[in-house]
Design a protein around this ligand. Structure first.
Ligand SMILES: [Zn+2]
Length: 55
């Protein structure tokens, strides 16, 4: 998987680790977390069970 890097000098995106003689840094790191939706899903499941009990 290729990482998109950004030149620290001219702020241009590049796939190279260096650009115009300056190091290129990674832009925003991927902040996707598989656990982020876990509490919601747990809650939804609980609601579902609650509804079944009521019925
Ligand atoms: Zn540059």
């Amino acid at each position: 998987m290729a990482h998109i890097l950004k030149c620290t000098k001219c702020n241009k995106y590049t796939m190279q680790e260096t650009h115009c003689g300056n190091p290129a840094i990674t832009t925003k790191p991927m902040r996707y977390s598989p656990w982020k939706n876990a509490p919601y899903r747990k809650e939804a499941r609980r609601e579902e069970l609650k509804e079944k009990k009521l019925l």
